[in-house]
Design a protein around this ligand. Structure first.
Ligand SMILES: [Zn+2]
Length: 117
């Protein structure tokens, strides 16, 4: 009975008065909605968990060996800008700034005044 809903207005008019047809369609829709809800519920939980796990892994990798390679997207163009001698790349926000804006430096990692507040 799926997919047999007429798109032709003449067809629709002819079928509309048939009550049994409507009941059939309605219960079909309700059933399939329940089914997809169940599917969503059981599919959602593992999804959310794996997303969290992925984020954890990304965080760890970032912190350990890829400090300048924040590939999350938006600031990619900023990262690529070549660094002049009087500039530094903030280790926290990865923006290239003038050295006068260094607020803190530790282990060769500089942080800008905005990130250090
Ligand atoms: Zn910063």
């Amino acid at each position: 009975m799926y997919g047999s809903i007429p798109t032709d207005p003449v067809e629709a008019e002819r079928k509309e008065p048939v009550a049994t047809d409507y009941d059939e369609i309605r219960s079909d829709v309700a059933e399939s909605r329940n089914a997809s809800l169940e599917a969503l519920k059981s599919a959602n939980a593992p999804d959310a968990r794996s997303v969290v796990r992925e984020m954890d892994e990304a965080d760890t990798t970032d912190g350990i060996e890829l400090p300048g390679a924040d590939l999350s997207g938006e600031e990619l163009t900023v990262v690529v800008i070549p660094q002049a001698e009087d500039e530094f790349t903030c280790f926290s926000c990865f923006l290239v700034r003038h050295r006068s804006q260094i607020a803190r430096e530790s282990n060769g990692q500089a942080y800008c005044i905005e990130c250090e507040g």
